[in-house]
Design a protein around this ligand. Structure first.
Ligand code: TXA
Ligand code: MG
Length: 310
């Protein structure tokens, strides 16, 4: 991992010129551009082949900059103090005077904001005069990248620079909570809902089938490795890559462990990485062992369910 100052300077150089740069975060890598620039943000959509009606998350270094763009409320401050920087995204009301590009919001009055924890990206954000719009750095509907080389695989020479920050520590995208009205969970992610509920004294639940609350980009076919996935499998077929979370006595060449000890944080970290390896090995099918629906297991199962829709 090269995290020296010159790479941060290089990223700033390109970003200041309205180019897109791959950035590491603790959740997944992002494809970043100046959130105030029409030019930079339209490049993001083009590169990702992302539908224009799917708004972008904007990444900030601190509250001070956020206040230029969003109206801040008490619940937000509570969550911010506890979890930020970290893997949580807030939907807030956009201020009239905000300079956020209309590409980012799809002309809506709300904005998704996040304070990523990765120290390299924090250093970069601190050095910029604008926040960074950064969706996950993958072609639309495909698996999110968790390393520099994953981003390279997605975009090749089409992007100017990718800032290397090693493997993403969490390995799954941020939890999204809407705070423009009564709080609603729009996406399961790196922060467990139970922790949010404890803090806000709420009983929020996530309903993946409820189209009214889902984030626009949470279509049923998402996070797809492009090959069929079978879930809750005990005995895999011979031609399936088998994803497991606890050690078995006998192992096959087609076995891919996310963790050997049912550690669901470790499993989350290895999920997308493993799916990419399996794809590269040219497997045509994936089978996955049952993963408990608790802790980050809930997020892992959410992603697997979506991925298995194609
Ligand atoms: O962990 C993450 O959140 C990563 C890293 C790079 O920060 N980013 C990420 O971005 O996952 P993306 O674009 O792949 O997913 C953002 C989701 C999309 O489903 C989008 O529809 C939703 O956030 N979203 C963005 N703005 C929104 C808004 N104003 N209201 C509701 N949903 C919004
Ligand atoms: Mg994404």
């Amino acid at each position: 991992m090269k995290s020296n100052l010159s790479n941060i300077k290089k990223s700033k150089y390109y970003l200041d010129k309205n180019e897109c740069v791959g950035i590491p975060t603790e959740t997944v890598y992002g494809l970043a551009g100046n959130a105030y620039s029409e030019k930079a943000t339209s490049k993001i959509f083009k590169l990702k082949k992302r539908p224009k009606n799917n708004p972008l998350i904007v990444h900030y270094h601190n509250l001070k900059m956020l206040r230029n763009d969003c109206i801040i409320n008490k619940k937000f401050l509570k969550l911010y103090k506890k979890f930020c920087p970290g893997p949580i995204t807030f939907i807030l009301q956009l201020k009239k005077e905000s300079k956020i590009s209309q590409n980012v919001t799809n002309k809506k009055k709300t904005l998704a904001v996040r304070f990523p924890k990765h120290f390299i990206t924090r250093k970069l954000l601190k050095n910029l005069k604008y926040p960074l719009a950064a969706p996950s750095a993958n072609i639309s509907t495909k698996i999110s990248p968790v390393s520099r080389s994953d981003v390279q695989d997605e975009f090749g020479k089409k992007i100017k620079f990718i800032l290397d920050g090693g493997y993403s520590k969490i390995g799954l995208e941020s939890t999204i909570i809407s705070l423009t009205n009564n709080p609603k969970i729009l996406r399961l992610g790196g922060i467990e809902i139970s922790k949010i509920n404890r803090l806000l004294k709420t009983n929020l639940k996530f309903n993946s089938k409820n189209k009214n609350v889902a984030a626009p980009g949470q279509g049923r076919v998402h996070y797809s490795p492009g090959i069929p996935i079978r879930l809750n499998v005990n005995s895999p077929k011979r031609d399936e890559a088998f994803i497991l979370i606890k050690k078995r006595k006998f192992s096959g060449k087609n076995f891919y462990y996310l963790t050997k000890t049912k550690n669901l944080n470790e499993a989350a970290k290895n999920l997308y990485k493993t799916m990419r390896i399996i794809k590269k090995k040219k497997f045509k099918k994936i089978a996955v062992e049952k993963i408990p629906n608790k802790g980050l297991g809930l997020t892992i199962n959410d992603r697997l369910n979506r991925a298995s829709n194609k």
